[in-house]
Design a protein around this ligand. Structure first.
Ligand code: HEM
Length: 407
């Protein structure tokens, strides 16, 4: 092996299963595949999807910071590039990316987000109160999705009566078939419906503005800071990025704790904010909800002696970088006691670093301890992975719940 380039014939020929993001994002062996890529094929070409893949922490970081050589414009999703249309600043480059991000940035700063804490807490208690009555629940459908939908909807400024519709649209938007590059009709229809809904919402906010994000975006459009036809695309990325990822995080952390009884036991013994925070960060590191993002090469670059040609679609596999053994000891262990401050890649890197990071963290830091205080025990009996090409989470987490009478 020279500098980790693909020269280990035993592995390439025998054990290595060709990486296909449309199959492996929801596969049980995804981390074994990433390990093989990181070690033996750090610059991997996926024939199945005609894209290059970077998996080492240092490489993913370097590529995400190299704005000269890699563009977001052709879209960060492989299967539905630019689906949200103009205004989605994740699928954009500077300077326009920065103009658009700056319009909504003030709504998502840690200081502003912290002011939502008591509302988020109250809503979490309401959701948990419904679960208390049941004895069993689907922690994905009855818990993990509900809070992020409620939070992002209140932030954007939609009426609470629309939450169920919004949840339905956001979930349908993400439906995929494992291995199939085509976006299914249910997802295409949901996107159309969401766009129409958001266009109506924009009209309503023009008539009756409030202090929420959608009114802010509409006002910015009226002031000429963005084009009128960018409003819906911007709102779409906020809804989708805000809900499906946090949904995945909440389900993942409950599943990791159920699967690692020592960690659960230890967290229950010390539910201090620091300990809760460490658990959530470890869950984010261990299982990045967004497994990768695509870039498009605007010039040829060389990585470990291999050229990624100009024009090539290139995946930055955050989830593989977050388990790089050169950064973390025992990277495949879920260890809530890690003291390492080295940054995981769950929220990306560089100028597109997740705008909603503080919000997602706040939701999880409130929801996790409240859940554990409400239920003195829980056991996940059935589970179904979400068959998505990019996001790794659970569609179903059937659990039995033991109510803590003191809660
Ligand atoms: C655990 C939850 C979340 C995870 C794992 C996550 C992950 C990510 C990642 C990896 C990126 C970078 C993508 C890239 O560079 O290609 C990103 C960007 C983004 N996220 Fe999040 N996200 C989460 C929650 C949220 C929330 C709650 C919001 C709220 C609106 C949000 C809004 C955004 C936006 C707008 C961008 C694009 C930023 C830009 O292009 O400048 N995310 N997120």
């Amino acid at each position: 092996v020279s500098d980790g380039v693909a020269t280990d014939d035993r592995l390439t020929a025998a054990a290595f299963e060709p990486y296909d993001p449309f199959i492996h994002t929801s596969a049980s062996n995804v981390y074994e595949i990433y390990a093989a890529l990181r070690e033996h094929h750090p610059v991997y070409y996926s024939e199945a999807r005609n894209c290059w893949c970077l998996t080492r922490h240092a490489d993913v970081q370097a590529a995400s910071r190299n704005l000269k050589a890699f563009s977001n414009r052709p879209g960060v999703a492989l299967d539905a590039p630019n689906a949200y249309g103009r205004g989605d600043f994740l699928d954009d480059d500077p300077p326009h990316h920065d103009v658009l991000r700056n319009i909504v940035r003030p709504f998502f700063t840690p200081k502003v987000i912290t002011m939502l804490a008591s509302e988020i807490r109250n809503r979490t208690m309401e959701i948990l109160a419904e679960l208390r009555e049941c004895g069993s629940a689907d922690l994905a459908a009855d818990f993990a999705i509900k809070l992020p939908i409620w939070v992002i909807s209140r932030l954007l400024g939609t009426p609470e009566a629309d939450d169920a519709d919004i949840q339905r649209m956001v979930l349908a938007l993400e439906v995929r078939t494992v291995g199939d590059p085509d976006v299914p009709p249910i997802a295409t229809a949901a996107l159309k419906e969401l766009h129409e809904y958001l266009a109506d919402l924009a009209k309503e906010k023009r008539r009756r503005p409030d202090d929420r994000v959608m009114s802010g975006v509409v006002a910015a459009a009226a002031a000429g800071e963005l084009e009128a036809d960018e409003v819906v695309g911007m709102a779409s990325i906020l809804f989708s990025a805000g809900a499906e990822t946090t949904y995945a995080l909440l389900g993942n952390v409950l599943a990791h704790l159920a699967d690692t009884p020592e960690a659960l036991h230890s967290l229950r013994a010390d539910m201090s904010p620091a300990s809760v925070e460490a658990t959530i960060e470890e869950s984010l590191r261990f299982e990045n909800p967004v497994q990768y993002s695509a870039r498009t090469a605007t010039e040829a670059t060389e990585w470990h002696g291999v050229e990624i040609p100009s024009g090539a679609r290139t995946l930055l596999v955050w989830a593989a970088g977050s388990r790089d053994p050169s950064r973390w000891e025992r990277p495949d262990e879920f260890d809530i006691h890690r003291t390492s401050q080295l940054r995981h890649m769950a929220f990306g890197e560089g100028i597109h670093f997740c705008l909603g990071g503080p919000l997602a963290r706040l939701e999880a830091r409130i929801a996790l301890p409240l859940f554990l205080e409400t239920f003195s025990d829980y056991d996940i009996r059935t589970r179904k992975r979400r068959p998505n090409h990019m996001v790794r989470g659970w569609d179903e987490l059937g659990a039995s719940l033991v109510v803590n009478p003191a809660s």
